[in-house]
Design a protein around this ligand. Structure first.
Ligand code: HEM
Length: 234
């Protein structure tokens, strides 16, 4: 029980405090380091096949978890019809497999490409290990505990909500099996290390690019034969 108090009663608050304080500090003191530190110019092909499925999967999973956390009753009601439950399960599983595929590819890319190895820090390696751990434990829950989405809203969300109301319900976690417990610990570890890693780019996602007006770029110096004098960039 003492371990549970530390892991599920205290650690979530340490993680969230670190996330808030260090993210704000880093943004204020070292704003230029708040980036994904793109490596596209070092290698682009494998990046595409890894990064696109990884981000697609991770974002679906992130918003899926968030919706379940915000409106658990509605999600449970939605899943009360077998076909809808199946749709939720298949969507979650597909997103998890996409994230797994992308994560493994991004890891291999950084392990095998000499130029990328040179720019991959120990923090990057630890982050990838943690992301892989989180995806694998999540998939484990989805595959081996039937109807993971229903389980999430009915069992885990009450614990998560109790954390946010400053009355962590440790009894819920005490009854949980090892893998879901590891998945929860992994999630709070990711929140804790977030501001120390390249994950900081999530907070400065260039979303305005989606709706900003196109830019017209004009060259006022000579360009190669046939090259346009101006170009419209989205
Ligand atoms: C708002 C959503 C997000 C946007 C717009 C975004 C965008 C990007 C961009 C542009 C890169 C750089 C790719 C490159 O050129 O090297 C990147 C890399 C990365 N992103 Fe995201 N991202 C988002 C969310 C996330 C989330 C939620 C995670 C994980 C929890 C994540 C994890 C990563 C990782 C680990 C890399 C490094 C890939 C590598 O270079 O090995 N991103 N992201």
């Amino acid at each position: 029980m003492t371990t549970d108090v530390l892991l599920f009663g205290a650690f979530p608050y340490v993680a969230m405090a670190l996330f808030l304080v260090v993210s704000i500090q880093r943004y204020r003191k070292n704003a230029y380091t708040v980036s994904s530190l793109s490596s596209q110019f070092l290698e682009a092909k494998q990046l595409f096949w890894g990064s696109v499925p990884f981000h697609l999967g991770i974002l679906v999973l992130f918003f899926g978890h968030l919706i379940g956390f915000l409106i658990p009753r509605q999600v449970a009601l939605f899943g009360a019809v077998p076909l809808r439950l199946l749709i939720m399960e298949v969507t979650g599983l597909t997103a998890g497999l996409l994230a797994l595929w992308g994560c493994v590819l991004l890891m291999l890319r950084r392990m095998t490409h000499p130029r990328l190895k040179a720019v991959t820090s120990p923090v990057d390696k630890a982050l990838y290990a943690l992301l892989l751990f989180q995806i694998v434990t999540g998939l484990w829950v989805a595959l081996f505990y039937r109807w993971g989405s229903a389980w999430y809203v009915q069992t885990l969300v009450p614990y998560l909500r109790s954390v946010f109301t400053f009355q962590p319900n440790l009894a819920v976690m005490a009854e949980m099996k090892l893998i879901p417990r590891l998945h929860v610990i992994g999630a709070f570890t990711l929140i804790a290390v977030f501001p120390f890693t390249r994950l900081m780019h999530v907070l400065v996602a260039p979303l305005p690019y989606l709706w900003r007006r196109p830019q017209l770029v004009l060259w006022n110096r000579a360009r190669a034969e046939g090259a346009p004098r101006s170009e419209t960039l989205r």
